[in-house]
Design a protein around this ligand. Structure first.
Ligand SMILES: [Zn+2]
Length: 149
């Protein structure tokens, strides 16, 4: 997390910590730790046998045991993308607050993982793959590849 963005990234923090807590309650994860404000977990063996990805939702990162050297770097790019969406959500939510503070709060608190849904849909339509075709994934993979050279 970028500390000076913290006031605007509260939705990402809360969504991530809540999802991490739910993942723990459902027995998906183990070894919790915090790194730069991000809650990191390791997938439990039964779960990573079914889910072969490391995944970041909000400020929660689930890491696969067979992750590559640059996986955490890639996942932190997603954290930065969430921060960007939260900042935009705060601006839009703040403008909506002029009319109705409750709707403004909904706009801001929805910014983050929920705002990625259109990326998956357009990635599927445009590139035939909702995951690898999504622009935020293309960007993260591109940045990871560039950094690893
Ligand atoms: Zn990714």
């Amino acid at each position: 997390m970028t500390w000076w963005l913290l006031p605007w990234t509260i939705p990402t923090l809360l969504q991530g910590y809540l999802i991490g807590l739910l993942a723990f309650c459902f027995g998906l994860v183990k070894n919790p730790r915090f790194y730069r404000g991000v809650l990191q977990w390791d997938w439990r063996p039964w779960f990573e046998a079914r889910w072969r990805y490391s995944t970041t939702i909000g400020a929660c990162m689930g890491l696969h045991s067979r992750r590559g050297k640059w996986t955490e770097y890639h996942e932190f790019i997603h954290i930065f993308q969430y921060e960007d969406m939260n900042l935009l959500g705060a601006v839009l939510g703040g403008l909506v607050c002029i009319v109705d503070w409750r709707v403004g709060l909904i706009v801001w608190s929805s910014s983050g993982a929920l705002w990625l849904v259109p990326n998956f849909i357009s990635g599927w339509i445009r590139n035939g793959d909702p995951y690898m075709g999504a622009e935020h994934e293309l960007s993260a993979y591109s940045q990871t590849e560039r950094a690893s050279r």
